[in-house]
Structures are given as C-alpha cells and as structure tokens.
Design a protein around this ligand. Structure first.
Ligand code: ARG
Length: 410
C-alpha cells in the first residue's frame, strides 16, 4: 500500500462477488483514496494504524448500484399539464434533491434518459465538481423523436407551434440532431422507437421512426463512440431498434419469440421498468397523468411483466432500469423484489444492477464489482440479499469514489 494514501477498511459479515455469485465471509474490503485495493476474508492486522475502520456487523457489502433509466430532473408528483410550469432551471434544482435521494438509496451510477434544456448535463457536472452530492450521471440530454411522437411535446394545439428540442425527421436530420447533442456534451443518445404511455395521442404499439431513420441514427451514434438507448413498447418498434443495432431497449412491453431471438443474436440489453406500473395506477391521477395515459397503462403493465418473465427465461442480457421520476426518486430499490417475483433469482437481479449495467456503459473495467483496482463505489445492506432481496430497500452505507456519502447506521 501507499503510505500517504487515505485508507478505509470495511469489516462486514460478507461481501458479494457479483460475477461468481459467491459470498466472501466474513469480509474485509480495503480502499485507498478512491480505489479498492483488496477484498478478502477478514484479516484485521493487514491495514495501517491510521486507517479509518468501519465495522459493519450484520451487513453485506455490494458494489454501488446502477439504474439505467432515470429522469432526475422530473418529479413523480408533477405529470401532464402540471409539467408545463417547469422550466429547465427549475428542473435542474429539483434534480439536486432527486440526485441526493437516489444516491442515498445506494445508486452510485445512473443513466439519465431524457431531460429538457440539457438540465441533466448541468446536474452531472455540478455533482462531478463536488457542488452537490449525487450519483455518477451518464446523461442523454433531450431525447430524439419524430414530430408528434412520444419524445415530442403534444400538449399544445397547432396555434402554439411547440416542438420539443429533440425532434428530427429523416435520416440526415436525425444524424444532425445526434451531432448537436454530442456537441453539447451528452454521454449517451436516447430516442423513441414507439409511442408511449405518458405522452398525449401516441399509440404504445405503433412504431415511431422508420427503419431507415433508426439505422442512420444508430450508425451516427456508434461512429462517434457513444451508446444508444431506444424507448420501445410495441413489438415492431422493438425489433426494428434491435435490428438497427441499439445498445439497449427501454420498457420492452410487448415481446414475441422473434423479438427475443433477435435481442439474443445482437446482444441487446433490455431495461424493463416493472415497478413503475404500481405507482402510475395508484398515484398517477393525483399527479396529473392524463386519463388516456392511465388507460394505456392498464394495457401495458401486465404485458410488460409477462414479457419480463419470458426475456429472463430466454437469457436475454438484462439491466436494471426503473424510469425513476415517473415514480418518486429514492424508491428505486423497490424494483428488486419485483424482478425476483417475475422470474429472476436474487443474484440475477443484483447482476442486472451492477456488472451488467457497467458492461452496457462500457465501464466494466472500472465499475460494477468489488475487485482490486476498481473505483470504490460500495454499499452496505443490513442482511443477506441472496436470501432476502428486500434488504435492497434499506441501504445503510454508501461510498462513492472512496468517499463515505451516506451512513444511516445508529
Ligand atoms: N415513460 C414510459 C412511457 O411513458 C413509462 C411507462 C410506464 N409503464 C410501465 N408499465 N412500465 O411510456
């Protein structure tokens, strides 16, 4: 070890190796500055005397969690027409609170898929600069979409001439829009490949963007070395997006065998927000969700869960994506128990939220598991999540980049 480094020693009941599924127990994880230097069976003599030692009896250590689909600048209590009162600066400030809640829930990395006015980039940079606490954000800026599609804003009449920032029609306009988002600093591109639940006047089952447009979009993104996420509920849109080569499909509500086979062949990741439906149907009306959207949700929720079970069984690459911001930020961990209920074992659910997500982000060499040399993003939960997945809703300690960000133990 480096004699001048800040050393942190975590002694816990166990640490999970998410790759093998094995528990190391009891476990000692040693961190120097922002890097994990060892993960081993407890050896209390191995660390220097000036180290900070944290005793985590009764706890299991895990890598920091990833949520591959959030909207930190959006609020669950503010939907539909209520959202029109939210400017981009106001949303950025809301994002500060939401980032803190998300981090406290154990999510040290998130992909923010869609934010008006590039408010997500401002939040990302403020967190990186240390102005406010929050997860590492991989941000998309405004999502791309067709005129009148799920990623446009359809709440006004033609007299208002409102068009969302990410709207682009035709292969070259789409390429130009990708270039514009990259110019302003996005990490990832998001586009809408079908209609959606929460948008006005769109059909969840109907494809948006022609295959030709999707091919151009994906080619442009990959040319520039970024990854691309496609919002898609309907089967045709899912298949077109997978064939066009997207890195992940979001929602994935209506699957058939061919769509599953295509995803397996292309190595596409599915990011399925299966907790979301519970909040939308119970609290959505109060929050301003349109009646037509509640109708759509009643058709989508059950189908999406059945599709999730099929995809898991078939062995499709799965990540954890929850659409936080539709439901309240900080409740992300609730989705783990639903993932287990609808077909994953506990380890698969944890892998979706760690190593699989890190791999989708092409960060698997630096994040996603507790291994020497990786960045010290570490959480502790009170119990063994392989036996009781619900402990994932009670994260007590959060370390990001070697720094203790949250510690709620008495
Ligand atoms: N943002 C998504 C949409 O509007 C939310 C879908 C939520 N419903 C669900 N069952 N996952 O389409």
């Amino acid at each position: 070890g480096n004699a001048f480094a800040d050393t942190l020693v975590l002694n816990a009941d166990a640490a999970l190796d998410v790759k093998s599924g094995k528990l190391i127990r009891p476990a000692t994880v040693v961190v120097e500055d922002n890097t994990i230097v060892s993960v081993s069976r407890t050896n209390r003599k191995a660390h220097p005397q000036d180290a900070t030692v944290i005793d985590l009896a009764g706890h299991t250590l895990l890598p920091g969690l990833f949520d591959m689909h959030v909207h930190l600048t959006g609020d669950a209590q503010v939907h539909g027409y209520k959202r029109l009162q939210r400017t981009a600066p106001r949303s950025a400030i809301t994002g500060v609170r939401n980032a803190k809640r998300t981090l406290a829930a154990g999510f040290t990395s998130v992909r923010n898929l869609g934010a008006p006015g590039y408010a997500d980039l401002a939040l990302r940079d403020a967190i990186y600069d240390g102005d406010v606490p929050g997860p590492r954000i991989f941000a998309s800026g405004p999502a791309l979409g067709i005129t009148g599609g799920h990623c446009d804003n359809n709440l006004f009449t033609h007299e208002h001439k409102v068009v969302a920032t990410g709207v682009a029609d035709g292969p070259w306009a789409v390429r130009q829009k990708v270039r514009e988002n990259i110019k302003y600093g996005v990490d990832v591109i998001k586009f809408c490949a079908t209609g959606g639940v929460l948008s006005k006047g769109t059909k969840v089952g109907a494809q948006q963007y022609s295959f030709e447009e999707m091919q151009a979009l994906v080619a442009e993104v990959h040319l520039r070395g970024l990854t691309v996420a496609a919002h898609a509920h309907g089967t045709d849109g899912i298949k077109s997006a997978v064939r066009a080569g997207v890195d992940s499909v979001e929602h994935v509500s209506f699957l058939d065998d061919e769509a599953i086979a295509l995803a397996k062949k292309h190595g596409t990741y599915f990011s399925m927000d299966i907790y979301n439906t519970e909040y939308i149907l119970s609290e959505g009306e109060k929050a301003g969700i349109l009646p037509e959207s509640l109708d759509k949700e009643r058709k989508v929720g059950g189908m999406q869960r059945a599709s999730f079970s099929k995809a898991v069984k078939a062995g499709v690459n799965m990540v954890f994506g929850s659409d936080g911001g539709v439901y309240p930020h900080g409740q992300n961990g609730k989705q783990f128990s639903r993932m287990v209920k609808f077909g994953m074992n506990e380890l698969q659910a944890l892998q979706a939220a760690t190593i699989n997500s890190a791999t989708l982000l092409k960060m698997q060499d630096t994040l996603g598991s507790l291994e020497p040399g990786k960045l010290a993003d570490i959480i502790a939960v009170p119990g063994n999540p392989l036996e009781d997945i619900q402990v994932m809703e009670s994260v007590t300690l959060v370390i990001k980049d070697g720094k203790v960000e949250v510690d709620t133990r008495q």
